[in-house]
Every structure is written in structure tokens, then in C-alpha cells.
Design a protein around this ligand. Structure first.
Ligand code: HEC
Ligand code: HEC
Ligand code: HEC
Ligand code: HEC
Length: 495
């Protein structure tokens, strides 16, 4: 049976090749396009009709082709320059391998694109419904998470860290930003069944902001120089007011962070982790992206406690801009940027209720108590001991120059929600700009006397999970490979 159906598609393909050979120089006008479409394309594709099941079709519907594709991709596809979309064949139930798509000349491709734009617009698609220029990095990252959380990865492939992942059942989405018109994609997302009913498609229970985040993410797939929107460059931030911010701080922030930013508001006593001590943070030096995300999107946006609320709805963009202006004008950090001391006593004085003396498992205390060597660098560790299965892990990567460089880039710059250097310092000595605001202090990776006794698997576990109740957030979004790159880099800092 497979054979018989395979032959049908095969012979259509041969018929088209014959047509191409005889076509010679093509006139790029509508009648030429119509001729090609009628004579060949419609052997497999439909140009009109009602949405139907993939199991009744030979190829994806082109009914809405005038709204669906970005023109450069369409030309590329028709001239044979794009990668196949259905790795297992469009009709995987009939054939296993995707056959090569017919190819037309450049001018025919352009004529066909013009024809689609004229005759195959989808009236259901609202032009301008999705604004791709307002997609933030945070939103796209959130969209990537939602893509996985809503099972999209189960049936579609995407590109993650240069690898193609996902179930290759339906169309490939790793170049979706090149391929789709943003407004069509958004309309499709509102209800896939308006386009591909009874095809194995899936209707996700996503809110409009979630859908928009997924669409934003897909529009960035395959686009190398995707330009993310930076809300802190908006007009609201241009006209931010410190005095309005001061009022907002009193009304909304001081209940937890305290009237003077000491982390001692009335709610603080019942919170773990404690509200950040703003008085110790040099806000002027913090990356705007970090500051904006934690205030606008809340603690979890930077891997921190959900008790830090997301303020976007309550105070709006102007409010977020104003309160950030107030934080920057008011809190300058600890004098000389001195990092938190490594002694438990001093750490306790920075944040009284988060004593570094909290009980730690025996094995861990043994490390932090230090031996008889010159180990003034050894810190109290609040970090909980990793499960045995993790402690047994060893770094699967070798410490090559590339691996160290990749780890360095993540550590110094690119790790999300925050670069490690922000807390652990550029040298890894624990004296980053946020260091002084944290108790217990960030780990000093340069301290060999302490680091040599901490197994790889322990580092891996804490990087993935975070150390609850401390400044060390979870980096669950980092792939295993990236965490191992970081660990090699961290090890290279030990003195
Ligand atoms: C022999 C059958 C056949 C013919 C003839 C054919 N196509 Fe296709 N076409 C397919 C199949 C199958 C796919 C799915 C591609 C894949 O599996 O990667 C496809 C995909 C496409 C796509 C992308 C659809 C999507 O997923 O959004 C476009 C656009 C397209 N074809 C246009 C054309 C045009 C225009 C012609 C005529 C010049 C044509 N095709 C002729 C079978 C055919
Ligand atoms: C159970 C499998 C399954 C899941 C889960 C799934 N899809 Fe699909 N998707 C399909 C099928 C089947 C189609 C129909 C198109 C086709 O394969 O021919 C489709 C179509 C699409 C298309 C349009 C393809 C085109 O070019 O015409 C997009 C975009 C898409 N899905 C995105 C998503 C997103 C985003 C999610 C997660 C919210 C998702 N899908 C979840 C199976 C799935
Ligand atoms: C309900 C209590 C609560 C309120 C109200 C609150 N916060 Fe927070 N905030 C927290 C907690 C708890 C943390 C620490 C989260 C952690 O460490 O996991 C935090 C952390 C922060 C941080 C992150 C500092 C760092 O460590 O990177 C900033 C900035 C911040 N809050 C600003 C604000 C602003 C501005 C407001 C008012 C608009 C506000 N917070 C209102 C509880 C609150
Ligand atoms: C917002 C501040 C902050 C950022 C950003 C941060 N850390 Fe930490 N980190 C800490 C603090 C504070 C500790 C100490 C926690 C403790 O003692 O329980 C810590 C501890 C650690 C530990 C020690 C684990 C152990 O068992 O001793 C490792 C490993 C670590 N961080 C790695 C990283 C890496 C890698 C990054 C970047 C991907 C990073 N950290 C980013 C604050 C931070």
C-alpha cells in the first residue's frame, strides 16, 4: 500500500520536472503563475476550499498562502533553497521519507509569490495583530519555556543551542522566524483547527500573553540578528520621575523592603528568603535588563522568590520606570563597593535573620570549617548537600580552550537570569557588585582550599537548583552542557 501511494506522488513529481525542462525563459506575470499553479502545483496542493484533514491531503494547503509566508522564504522554498519541513514526510502514514520538492525558476517563483499575494490572502488574518518589534528577550525566553510546557516540542522541532530537538511529526519550526508572516502565525495560534482540523493538531490552553510569548519566540527562531525590544529605552523611562518613584516605593515596596531599604518592612519577618536589602545594592551598576525584569515580571523572572511580586499590572510601565529611577538615585551600595565579609558574624549583620550559622549537613560543615592550612578564604556554606546520585557525577566535557571560553562567556556575560560575575565577581572571588547585599556571601571560586573539596556534582546541582534562601538563584534554563562548561571555567579560577 505504501508503495502504491508513493508512486502517485512520484509520478506527479516527474510530470513537473518535464514541465520545467520545457518551460524555458518564463514570463513573470500572473498568467504565467496561474499556468504553473494549475498545471503542476494543484496536483498536490489545494488553492481553495475549506480546511481539511492532513490525512485527506497530499500536501499542505496553499489556500492562505498569500498571508502565511515571508516572501524571501517562499522564493527560497520554490527555488529549492530551503530545508524540508516534514522530516518524516507530509503523509508519514503513507511514505516514510520526505521526497524532494519540485523546483521552479527565480522568475516563476516571484510570479507565484505575486499571485498568492493577490489571490490567496486570508481574510481572517488581521494585519498588525502581532508587533514583532515589541518582543523582549524575557518574553522570547518565556515563550521558549511555554513552548515546552504546552507540549509543542512533542510534535515540532526547534533549534536549541545549535541542536535540533523535538518530535519531528509535524512541520519543522527551527526556521519559523524566516518562514512565517507574524500575523498569520498569531491567527493560527488562536485556533489551529481553523486551518488544520483532524490532522493530529493540538489546541493549547494558553492565555493571550502566553500565546504572544510563544509567537515572539517562534519569530526569533532561525533569525540570527533578531532585534529584541528593550522596554527601558521607551518614552516612559525618558520621563521617569524620582519623586513619583519615591511615593511608589512607600506605597508598594516598603511593606517588605522597609522604608529606608534595609529589608525590614512589616512583612519581612515572615519571609524566607528575606526581601533584598536595597540599601546595600549599587543600583546604578545593575544591568537594566535584570532590574526591569525583577520589578516588572517578579522574583521568578530572575530565578528568585515568588514573594517578590510582578509589578507590571499594579503600577504600569511608568510606575516601573519611576521606581527604578528612585532606586538608582537613592541606593548606592556599601561604601567602596566592599563585598560581604566571609565571616558569619559580618554576614549576619548584613541580613540579621539569614544567619549563615543555619545548620548544614555534616559533610558540608566539615568543608567550611577548613583545615589547618592558610585558608582564610574558606566561607561558611549555607548550600545544602546534593543527593548522592549527583555527587557521583563527573564532568563529561574535557576542559578544552573552547569549553573554557564558552564557560567564561556564560559566567561573565550571558547566563540568564543573571551573569554569575554580577555576584561572584569578574575574578570569581565572590566580590561582584551584588556581593555586599547578600548573606551568605557568593561563593569565592578562587579559594582552592575550599573548592578542592566540593565535588563537580555538588556544583552542578546547586547551579541547576539554586540554594533556596540565599542569593544563589536557580539556573534551571541552562542545558546540562552549559552547566558543565561553567564548572570547568569555575575550576580554572581556583588559586
Ligand atoms: C508532488 C507533489 C507536489 C507538487 C507538484 C508541489 N508540491 Fe509543494 N509541497 C509538497 C509537499 C509534500 C510539501 C511538504 C514539504 C515537506 O515535506 O517538507 C510541500 C510544501 C510546499 C510549501 C510549504 C507549505 C507549508 O508547509 O507551509 C509551499 C509554499 C509549496 N509546497 C508550494 C508549491 C508550489 C507553488 C508548487 C508548484 C510550483 C508546488 N508546491 C508543487 C508537494 C508538492
Ligand atoms: C500532538 C502533536 C502536536 C502538538 C502537541 C502541537 N502541534 Fe502544532 N501541529 C500539529 C499538526 C499535526 C499540525 C498540522 C500541520 C501539519 O502537520 O500538517 C500542526 C500545525 C502547527 C503549525 C502550522 C504549521 C504550518 O506551517 O502550517 C504551527 C505554527 C504549530 N503547529 C505550532 C504549534 C505550537 C506553538 C504548539 C504548542 C502550543 C503546537 N504546535 C503543538 C501537531 C502538534
Ligand atoms: C511582598 C513582599 C515584597 C514587596 C511588596 C516587594 N518586594 Fe522586592 N523582593 C521581595 C523579596 C522576598 C525579594 C528577594 C527574593 C529572593 O531573594 O529570592 C525581593 C527582591 C527584590 C529585588 C531584587 C534584588 C536582588 O537581589 O537582585 C528588587 C530590585 C526588588 N525586590 C524591588 C522591589 C520594588 C521596586 C518593589 C516595589 C515596587 C518591591 N520590590 C516590592 C519581596 C517584596
Ligand atoms: C544574584 C547573585 C548570584 C548570582 C547571579 C549567581 N550566584 Fe552562585 N551563589 C550566590 C550565593 C549568595 C551563593 C552562596 C550560597 C550558599 O552559601 O548557600 C552562591 C553559591 C554558588 C555555588 C556554590 C555551591 C556550593 O555548594 O558551594 C556555585 C557553584 C555557584 N554559586 C555557581 C554560580 C554560577 C555558575 C552562576 C551563574 C550561572 C551563579 N552562581 C550566579 C549568588 C549568586
Amino acid at each position: 500500500m505504501n508503495m502504491r501511494r508513493g508512486m502517485v506522488i512520484g509520478s506527479a513529481f516527474i510530470a513537473l520536472m518535464g514541465l520545467m525542462l520545457s518551460s524555458g525563459v518564463s514570463a513573470s506575470d500572473q498568467s504565467r503563475a496561474k499556468e504553473v499553479l494549475q498545471q503542476t502545483c494543484i496536483q498536490c496542493h489545494r488553492l481553495e476550499g475549506k480546511p481539511d484533514s492532513r490525512f485527506n491531503l497530499k500536501a499542505p494547503d496553499l489556500i492562505w498562502a498569500g498571508s502565511k509566508y515571508r516572501r524571501p522564504w517562499l522564493i527560497g522554498w520554490l527555488t529549492g533553497k530551503e530545508a524540508p519541513l516534514y522530516a518524516k514526510g507530509y503523509r508519514w502514514d503513507l511514505t516514510e521519507v520526505s521526497s524532494k520538492h519540485p523546483v521552479v525558476t527565480d522568475s516563476d517563483a516571484n510570479a507565484i509569490a505575486d499571485y498568492f499575494a493577490e489571490h490567496n490572502k486570508d481574510p481572517r488574518v488581521t494585519v498588525g495583530a502581532f508587533d514583532v518589534s515589541k518582543v523582549t528577550k524575557y518574553e522570547a525566553d518565556f515563550g521558549a519555556m511555554a513552548f515546552k510546557a504546552h507540549a509543542c516540542l512533542g510534535c515540532h522541532t526547534i533549534n536549541e543551542d545549535g541542536k535540533i530537538i523535538g518530535g519531528p511529526q509535524s512541520t519543522a519550526l527551527q526556521a519559523s522566524g524566516q518562514r512565517y508572516d507574524k500575523d498569520w502565525l498569531y491567527r493560527f495560534g488562536l485556533n489551529p483547527q481553523d486551518f488544520v482540523p483532524h490532522s493530529g493538531e493540538f489546541l493549547a490552553d494558553a492565555t493571550d500573553p502566553q500565546l504572544r510569548a510563544v509567537i515572539g519566540y517562534l519569530m526569533s527562531q532561525g533569525v540570527n540578528d533578531f532585534k529584541y525590544y528593550e522596554p527601558w529605552t521607551s518614552a516612559e523611562f525618558d520621563k521617569a520621575s524620582v519623586s513619583r518613584g519615591k511615593t511608589l516605593y512607600k506605597e508598594y515596596c516598603s511593606q517588605c523592603h522597609g522604608a529606608t531599604g534595609k529589608g525590614d518592612g512589616p512583612a519581612a519577618s515572615g519571609l524566607d528568603p528575606k526581601p533584598a536589602i536595597h540599601a546595600n545594592i549599587p543600583f546604578e551598576k545593575l544591568p537594566m535588563e535584570y532590574l526591569y525584569n525583577v520589578i516588572n515580571h517578579g522574583g521568578p523572572a530572575i530565578g528568585k522568590s515568588p514573594n517578590m511580586p510582578y509589578w507590571n499590572l499594579t503600577i504600569g510601565q511608568q510606575g516601573v520606570a519611576d521606581v527604578i529611577a528612585y532606586l538608582k538615585a537613592t541606593f548606592k551600595g556599601v561604601p567602596n563597593g566592599a563585598a560581604a565579609s566571609t565571616t558569619p558574624a559580618a554576614a549576619t549583620s548584613v541580613m540579621p535573620t539569614k544567619a549563615a550559622a543555619i545548620a548544614v549537613p555534616a559533610g558540608v560543615t566539615a568543608i567550611s570549617s577548613g583545615g589547618g592550612q592558610s585558608d582564610a578564604c574558606v566561607q561558611p556554606r549555607k548550600t545544602v548537600k546534593a543527593p548522592d546520585s549527583f555527587l557521583a557525577m563527573t564532568n563529561p566535557l574535557s576542559a578544552s580552550a573552547e569549553v573554557l571560553q564558552a564557560g567564561k562567556t556564560l559566567f561573565q556575560k550571558s547566563a540568564k537570569p543573571a551573569a554569575c560575575a554580577m555576584c561572584h565577581g569578574e575574578k570569581g572571588d565572590g566580590k561582584g557588585m551584588m556581593g555586599a547585599a547578600l548573606a551568605p556571601p557568593p561563593r569565592n571560586f578562587t579559594c582552592n582550599a575550599m573548592m578542592k573539596d566540593i565535588p563537580d556534582g555538588q556544583l552542578f546541582w546547586i547551579i541547576k537548583k539554586g540554594s533556596p534562601g540565599t542569593g544563589m538563584m536557580s539556573f534551571s534554563g541552562l542545558s546540562d552542557d552549559k552547566v558543565w562548561q561553567l564548572i570547568h571555567y569555575i575550576r580554572s579560577l581556583a588559586r
